[in-house]
Design a protein around this ligand. Structure first.
Ligand code: MN3
Length: 209
């Protein structure tokens, strides 16, 4: 029985061209994401977490240093399940669903400030990691944050609404070392704001403390 199974991409491999190539998606989805699922399924055996929700597995394994190997795989498995949905052909741009637009204005100062923080913090993440738009589960406020490796807002009591993978495997084929160019293209041409809205409207995640 396999607990972590990667979903099919929600679009064709070449659908995000020229901003993200089929070659990148083939490696990133079929090899990298699959590897996180496979290793996660191995490492969870015997931990007692086999039947927990994926959010609870992440929070528990993140807290417990002896399970950090499991956390890295499960965190990355989870991050990529959403990442494919955070992009779409002809995405991005400034036409946000109005409820999100006003929330971003209220908490971050507007779309331009969101974009500036998102691209700056993504470019500034040292080494591998992610940049996020997340909602704090306690205060309800939106914020932009970056995290290293497989970490994500869930383990900090926040609900991820949007995330961009800034590991080199996400952009090296298409952009070489130009991470800022990749982030610019992600925001301007790839973001699936409908999926961001869906997560925002679903409300804060319920995760065991
Ligand atoms: Mn990745």
């Amino acid at each position: 029985m396999s607990k972590f199974e990667i979903p099919e991409l929600p679009y064709a491999y070449d659908a995000l061209d020229p901003y993200m190539s089929a070659e990148t998606l083939e490696y990133h989805h079929d090899k990298h994401h699959q590897a996180y699922a496979t290793k996660g399924n191995e490492l969870i055996q015997g931990t007692g977490m086999e039947n927990a929700s994926i959010e609870d597995v992440m929070v528990s394994s993140f807290k417990d240093k002896q399970h950090h190997g499991l956390f890295n795989q499960v965190g990355q498995f989870y991050n990529h399940v959403h990442f494919w949905n955070w992009m779409k052909p002809n995405g991005g741009g400034t036409s946000l669903p109005s409820s999100l637009e006003s929330k971003i204005k209220e908490d971050l100062g507007g779309y331009d400030e969101f974009k500036n923080q998102f691209t700056t913090k993504g470019a500034g993440q040292f080494g591998s990691g992610w940049v996020w738009l997340a909602q704090d589960n306690a205060s309800g406020k939106l914020e932009v944050l970056n995290t290293p490796n497989g970490e994500n807002p869930v383990v900090y009591g926040k609900t991820p609404l949007l995330g961009c993978d800034v590991w080199e495997h996400a952009y090296y084929i298409d952009y070489r070392n130009a991470r800022p160019k990749y982030l610019e293209a992600f925001v301007d041409n790839l973001i699936n704001w409908d999926y961001v809205l869906e997560l925002y409207e679903a409300g804060p995640l319920k995760v065991a403390a």
